[in-house]
Design a protein around this ligand. Structure first.
Ligand code: HEC
Length: 176
């Protein structure tokens, strides 16, 4: 299909397009309200789970580990933490405060500049005591660049983060 014919098709029924966009918005907002994690990024009611970090996290989160080559994934990484956890992370506090949100950005390429090269977010949020007493009450997520939650249990994360060097810093692995 040429660009020209695509334009004409979209231009003809604008009200339908707007209705569709509206319906998708309503559905996606409604979907996140009462879903409980089950591990595959979908809640117990089949609805999508929200990422633990806001879309505009870069405006408020502090960079606690600067851009470097990742030892766990091919690519470059950078770590940012919200206000609740930033100074605690920087001071190797163990445990970090409830409400701390840690976001690791992974980039293809050789810098952490280009958001088009961002391939994955890995995120952890410190929950209230009792959430996961075995592993210090962290909630774990991998999130795709379109903010789809890929998985939301510790199953694919915990083996690496349980090594002594990470345990000493409340499961944090990135060295200064
Ligand atoms: C293969 C081992 C491995 C696996 C699996 C793994 N991690 Fe990590 N993670 C690391 C290492 C090593 C670091 C230190 C930074 C780096 O080199 O990437 C790290 C760093 C992080 C950080 C930055 C905070 C910090 O300093 O530790 C977050 C957040 C994170 N990982 C979340 C996750 C989540 C969520 C999962 C599972 C979905 C996961 N990781 C799976 C090894 C792993």
């Amino acid at each position: 299909m040429t660009l020209r014919s695509w334009r004409i098709q979209v231009a003809r029924p604008p009200h339908r397009v707007m209705l569709l966009v509206g319906a998708i918005l309503v559905l996606s907002v409604g979907a996140v309200t009462c879903s409980v994690p089950t591990g595959d990024g979908m809640g117990d009611n089949g609805n999508a789970i929200d990422p633990v970090f806001p879309a505009n996290y870069r405006e408020t989160f502090t960079e606690v580990r600067d851009c470097r080559f990742s030892s766990s994934h091919p690519g470059m990484i950078r770590v940012l933490v919200n206000d609740i956890g930033a100074s605690a992370y920087l001071n190797d506090q163990n445990p970090l405060p409830v409400g701390s949100i840690i976001v690791k950005e992974t980039f293809e390429g050789t810098t952490c500049e280009n958001t088009n090269e961002l391939s994955l977010w890995s995120a952890m949020r410190k929950e209230a005591a009792g959430f996961d007493p075995v592993d210090a009450d962290w909630y774990w997520q991998d999130v795709l660049p379109d903010r789809t939650v890929l998985n939301d249990t510790k199953a694919r994360c915990i083996a690496c983060h349980q090594v002594d060097a990470c345990l000493a810093r409340d499961y944090m692995c990135t060295t200064p």
